[in-house]
Design a protein around this ligand. Structure first.
Ligand code: UDP
Ligand code: MG
Length: 200
């Protein structure tokens, strides 16, 4: 979100260490990578969210759900694995509904660490630092590329979501929704980072 009170090009985005990141002791590593890039953590907490809270966190529209189902299908198609065998269906919407359900169940299974990140083109920058959704496609040097090896097939066969450590907003619309969903206005802080005087 580009807000008038920020300098041009400065955005806020939402990121969250998922249960696997918390349970593996990677909270500090994940935050450090964002901070070292020059991005500012302006809100942060640890919570064990309710089902309802996570259900409202992820989009519910048919297009988003079909896109979710399609992500795994791209890998099954590439590897010559039958969509039906992997997901029990060839329909991307039906597959997406299953993945979304597993995702919601997983995210309430243990604490998570939501945060708001502010900086130059923060939405795109954080996506780049986090890396591709599918660990096999995530570049080395990204959080997912360096610390995760899960796959849609391994995950789907045991009816769970891909464990890829971090969630982060993909668009300005997602960022605005997610920041407001997880933090009240007075939980998001404004402060100066001293190194920014040298950086900008
Ligand atoms: N996911 C999954 N199987 C898939 C696609 C996605 O388990 O085939 C999970 C994965 O944990 C991912 C989350 O659903 O992080 C949300 O998917 P999205 O496409 O929004 O990816 P992200 O924005 O997290 O990179
Ligand atoms: Mg997403």
């Amino acid at each position: 979100m580009t807000d008038k009170k920020f300098a041009p090009g400065i955005e806020r985005t939402f990121a969250m260490v998922k249960p696997d990141g918390v349970q593996r002791g990677l909270i500090g590593e994940i935050i450090a990578r964002l901070e070292k890039r020059g991005l500012k953590v302006v809100a942060l907490k640890m919570v064990k969210p309710s089902i309802e809270h996570i259900d409202e966190h992820y989009p519910k529209d048919d297009k988003w759900i079909a896109r979710l189902g399609n992500k795994g299908f791209t890998v099954f198609d590439e590897q010559g694995i039958s969509r039906k065998e992997a997901m029990g269906t060839e329909d991307e919407f039906e597959a997406g509904k299953q993945v979304r359900g597993w995702l919601v169940d997983y995210l309430v299974s243990a604490p998570v660490v939501p945060m708001v990140i502010e900086g130059v083109q923060a939405i795109e920058m954080v996506r780049k630092i986090v890396g591709s959704t599918l660990p096999s496609k995530a570049d080395i040097g990204t959080i997912r590329g360096d610390f995760s090896t899960d796959s849609p097939l391994a995950a789907n066969l045991t009816k769970r979501p891909i464990r890829n450590l971090v969630h982060c907003s993909e668009t300005q619309e997602e960022a605005e929704h997610e920041i407001a969903h997880w933090f009240s206005a007075d939980e998001v802080y404004e402060f100066e980072r001293s190194d920014h005087a040298a950086m900008f």
